[in-house]
Design a protein around this ligand. Structure first.
Ligand SMILES: Nc1ncnc2c1ncn2[C@@H]1O[C@H](COP(=O)(O)OP(=O)(O)O)[C@@H](O)[C@H]1O
Ligand SMILES: [Mg+2]
Length: 269
């Protein structure tokens, strides 16, 4: 079944793919222990798009790195597909705010690095890479170098690199944070389209309330550090969401709700 046909209720009936239980993270820093994430519990259903929003420094990136198995949790458990995450999880793609492209490799070479790092035969991934690049409007750019691309194009290449090995889970940490506002908005529409076509399970970190509401099935709202979950908000707005969705009452109500949560936590004062 494609995601378009799934109602929000339909998602609930699928199994949780990612399960986060009472996860805390305390960093040992030079100035003593630093409590970054505090007893976070939520599930992400197979095929779901979940955003995590919260003020800067509340532990969003730390949480993402723990889901990826790149940082260890101090307490609590994380599972993906029923298996405890205790080391870097491989069936995953990650997009960061910085595109981390290699300047000396062309676009195709940058996408294929994913296969090389996984010791897969990169020749087997050329067709997939071409299709992915075409799907983000970069057909014909395969032999361009990063310096020849705009910020938005570079981030599209990073997205293709994260997807070329067809991972089940896509983690995104403020992927559009370094882009100008209009490029950012366009990337939001593109990401929705790619997610709907690919059926990936996405955890998307952002501090943009508007972006989270537009893209997500559910939004995890976090408090200032140590980051705790304040509320998990459903976004029962039909898909595909379009430009006009942002003028709808349902969209406006959810944006306002999150805004008020942040106001009540003193994030703006
Ligand atoms: N490797 C680290 N060592 C010590 N403190 C860290 C480390 N990484 C992040 N922190 C601290 O943990 C807190 C949460 O950071 P982070 O997860 O990056 O938050 P966010 O992504 O929400 O901005 C911040 O106070 C940050 O300074
Ligand atoms: Mg961060």
């Amino acid at each position: 079944m494609s995601t378009e046909e799934l109602t929000e209720e339909g998602f609930r009936q699928r199994h949780p793919l990612i399960s986060i239980r009472n996860v805390s993270k305390v960093y040992e820093s030079r100035t003593g222990p630093l409590h970054a994430v505090d007893r976070v519990t939520f599930d992400v259903t197979d095929g779901e798009f979940v955003s995590v929003v919260g003020p800067s420094g509340c532990g969003k990136s730390t949480l993402l790195m723990m889901i990826a198995g790149l940082f260890a949790a101090t307490e609590g458990t994380l599972e993906i597909g029923g298996t405890r995450v205790t080391e870097p999880y491989t069936d995953i793609g990650i997009v960061f705010q910085q595109d981390l492209l290699m300047d000396w490799r062309d676009v195709m070479g940058n996408v294929l690095i994913q296969a090389e790092l996984r010791r897969l035969r990169s020749a087997d991934y050329i067709d997939t890479a071409k299709d992915l690049l075409a799907s983000v409007g970069l057909a014909g750019f395969e032999d361009k170098y990063p310096f020849e691309l705009s910020g938005g194009m570079r981030q599209r290449v990073a997205l293709c690199r994260a997807l070329v090995h067809d991972p089940k889970v896509l983690l995104m940490d403020e992927p559009f944070g370094a882009l100008d506002a209009l490029t950012r908005e366009r990337m939001t529409y593109d990401l929705q389209r790619i997610w709907q076509a690919s059926e990936k399970t996405v955890v998307f970190i952002t501090h943009s309330i508007a972006e989270a509401v537009f893209l997500s099935n559910r939004i995890v709202v976090m408090s200032p550090r140590p980051g705790q979950i304040v509320e998990i908000i459903d976004v029962p707005i039909p898909r595909p969401r379009v430009i006009e969705t942002q003028e709808s009452a349902a969209y406006g109500r959810i944006v306002t709700r999150i805004h008020h949560l942040f106001r009540d936590m003193g994030v703006f004062t």
